[in-house]
Design a protein. Structure first.
Ligand code: NIG
Ligand code: FE
Length: 422
């Protein structure tokens, strides 16, 4: 039996049409392609037609259960979070309290806390425990309108435990309505006991972990934390080049805490995205625009680490395709709220309400290589749709810290109705 769904009466139907091949840059980031009194018809998980309510109403034979009246609401593509550390064990509220008394993120990490603390907890956790903790987070993402999530490993730091994280992500992707896109991030930190011999660990990432992850098809991307005191630009380059040889596409945590030529490296290594970029240089921004590297900005991290925000305005004006993400993780950004990230994008990074929507839909899709399937409401694409109970899209970044999600449809199936999981 054909599975059908018709949405009508949307006060604004935000299609984001026209950017499936290339991300939106500059003025195109403000072009949301909105239909007023819009309608959308889906069949078997795919979008069949997008148009006005007059055009679509009555054209398709649907029962009342197969019809959603979105009068007075905003219909948008399901949101996409292109950078998370979804699969991990435990929390680090103690470090948050320490930072409020003056300790810094990096000094806590150097003393064995930070990423190392979550690594210990993740190594100790079973597949089942990691699955249980992570699926709760995925449910919250869904409740906040998100239908695709990128998830990184990087709290295992040994082959066994990195594989465990990636296997849990794979199972979550199979079991949960949200689509998961996996990134291997064995180069997230140098294990404490190998601090004095970083090259030994880098060799292990290159020769042991990358080939095995690729062989088992457990990741699409390969990410590295290129930061002073973690991986140098030279080590990062070698790790990313090694991934490329095994078919893993490069991503970089770049210029997060200090300027470190991470943006430049992203451009020269052909990364699909460079993420964070709080301290990216002028040259790095220029290089990224020229090379077509998506800039994934994570203002939740700057907010939570009380750091300077990335220069989104400058990047957009320079022609960088900007995407936004939560960076969901227990240390530097413990949130799953992409709508809150939109507020921060506007209020702290000089983005407009239109740009933050582009950055959390079609440009976010480009940052994780799924723009052919997701990120816009266009014929033939996956029917991933979020309905917000607001009269116009400005409310998304105007009323902050609120969840306006009414309905989430994933691959044509309602998964959140009236703000509740179904
Ligand atoms: O994106 N910068 C490195 N990794 C994460 C933080 C991970 C953690 O603190 O547990 C980030 O900020
Ligand atoms: Fe991160």
């Amino acid at each position: 039996m054909t599975q059908k769904l018709l949405i009508t009466g949307a006060s604004q139907l935000i299609t984001m049409a026209g950017h499936s091949e290339k991300p939106a840059v500059k003025d195109a980031m403000s072009d949301l392609q909105i239909l007023e009194n819009g309608a959308l018809y889906m069949e078997d998980g795919r979008i069949v037609e997008v148009g006005s309510t007059e055009e679509l109403q009555g054209k398709y034979d649907v029962s009342s259960e197969e019809h959603i009246d979105a009068t007075g609401k905003v219909v948008a593509p399901g949101l996409i979070d292109p950078h998370t550390h979804l699969v991990h064990a435990g929390t680090r509220e103690n470090e948050y309290a320490m930072r409020l008394k003056g300790r810094t993120y990096m000094d806590i990490m150097e003393a064995g806390g930070g990423i190392h603390a979550t690594t210990r907890a993740t190594q100790e956790a079973s597949h089942e425990e990691l699955y249980e903790q992570s699926i709760k987070r995925l449910n919250k993402f869904l409740l906040h309108g998100v239908t695709t999530v990128e998830a990184k490993s990087g709290y295992g730091l040994t082959l066994e435990h990195e594989l465990k994280q990636l296997e849990v992500a794979q199972k979550l992707g199979n079991d949960h309505p949200i689509d998961l896109v996996s990134t291997f991030m064995g180069a997230h930190a140098i294990p404490m006991h190998e601090k004095e011999t970083p090259e030994v660990f880098v060799d292990r990432v290159i020769n042991e972990m990358i080939p095995e992850v690729a062989k088992r098809n457990l990741a699409t991307f390969n990410d590295v934390f290129c930061e002073r005191g973690v991986f140098t630009p030279d080590q990062s380059r070698r790790i990313l080049e090694a991934g490329k040889e095994h078919g893993l596409i490069p991503k970089i945590h770049a210029d997060e805490i200090e300027p470190y030529a991470g943006a430049e490296l992203a451009a020269s290594v052909g990364a699909i995205s460079a993420d964070h970029l709080l301290r990216a240089s002028e040259q790095g921004i220029k290089d990224m625009a020229e090379a077509g590297v998506v800039g994934v900005l994570l203002p939740g991290t700057a907010f939570f680490l009380m750091a300077e925000f990335a220069q989104a305005r400058k990047m957009i004006d320079a022609g960088v395709a900007v995407a936004l993400s939560t960076d969901a993780n227990p240390g530097s950004s413990p949130t799953i709220s992409l709508p809150f990230i939109m507020n921060l994008g506007c209020l702290n990074m000089g983005m407009t309400p239109e740009e933050v929507l582009t950055a959390t839909t079609i440009n976010a899709a480009h940052a994780i290589g799924c723009a052919e399937e997701a990120g816009s409401l266009e014929k033939g694409k996956k029917a991933d749709v979020t309905i917000f109970d607001i009269p116009n899209y400005l409310f998304l970044s105007y009323q902050y810290g609120m969840n306006h999600v009414d309905t989430v449809i994933k691959a044509g199936m309602p998964r959140v109705v009236g703000g509740q999981l179904v």
